[in-house]
Design a protein around this ligand. Structure first.
Ligand code: SAH
Length: 258
């Protein structure tokens, strides 16, 4: 069903050079750039794919932002996990509707939004209260109030312990996940999945050693390399630039007290 752009919702604008702008539509407001401006009212009531023009003739194509579009443009304090890794995390951690997940640190909420969108029930731990608040507002802004009913973030240090029990998944993006391993072992159900994202291999090695000292099996570490292509006429080749490194993903299964 075609839903027309309405006030209060977001639109992603693309200019002729491929630059992207995320706006929130409001009646009476206007979008300004170096190439002039247009009124939001020109877009409200139109369908996705509409092109609007500024007075000086610049054109902007408008579509609704996808989750990756939003993650890359939303307000953030901490670094977010990039979409290439978010997608892989969903499947490695096998996130499913209703899964009981503990996540730490929550940061700006990019990973939270991805898991909530897949239907999980997420309890977050974030030491910075201001980040916890921003994550909640990003979640509500992109996913709406229903997602907030499956999401809580406590301003707490997860190295001190995990209050939840019988967890299906523990998913971590913080500097010393090995400090969480003993707490995770006490909070997960047998068969549950532990996953951590880490920027360096030294940290990853320490995590793997700690996992090996606890009842975890099937541990695996990997990285996601994504290469986009330039496709234009007869010039069809990989792009010259790529993001060569973001982080390492390590996942393992908890098999219960031994
Ligand atoms: N995955 C998030 C980004 C997390 S950045 C996203 O995709 O948006 C790492 C976060 O971990 C930071 O916000 C930091 O404040 C938080 N953090 C660091 N140590 C922590 C701890 N011991 N307990 C809880 N949060 C912690």
């Amino acid at each position: 069903m075609t839903r027309l752009f309405a006030p209060g919702e977001r639109a992603l604008l693309l200019d002729s050079k491929g630059r992207r702008y995320l706006i929130t539509l409001a009646e009476g407001a206007s979008f300004h750039s170096h190439a002039g401006f247009f009124a939001h009212d020109d877009l409200i009531g139109c369908q996705e794919g509409t092109t609007v023009r500024t007075g000086s003739g610049a054109r902007y194509l408008a579509v609704r932002p996808t989750l990756p579009d939003f993650v890359l443009k939303m307000p953030r304090g901490a670094q977010v996990i990039y979409p290439k890794d978010l997608g892989q995390i969903l499947l490695l951690a096998d996130i499913f509707p209703g899964a009981r997940v503990v996540e730490a640190g929550v940061g700006s909420g990019a990973l939270s939004m991805t898991m909530l969108r897949a239907g999980a029930q997420v309890s977050g731990y974030e030491i910075r209260a201001d980040f916890a608040e921003r994550a909640r507002s990003n979640v509500e802004s992109f996913l709406g109030a229903e997602a907030l009913s499956r999401y809580s973030v406590r301003a707490a240090d997860i190295y001190d312990g995990i209050e939840e029990t019988d967890l299906d998944r523990v998913v971590l993006d913080l500097p010393e996940p090995w400090q969480v391993v003993p707490h995770a072992a006490g909070a997960m159900r047998p068969g549950a999945i532990f996953l951590a994202y880490l920027p360096t291999i030294n940290q990853t090695a320490t995590l793997r050693e700690t996992l090996a000292e606890h009842p975890f099996v099937l541990a695996e570490t990997l990285e996601v390399l994504l290469r986009t292509w330039h496709v234009e006429g007869r010039s069809v080749r990989p792009d010259h630039r790529m993001v060569a490194h973001t982080g390492f993903l390590t996942h393992a299964r908890y098999i219960g007290p031994v």
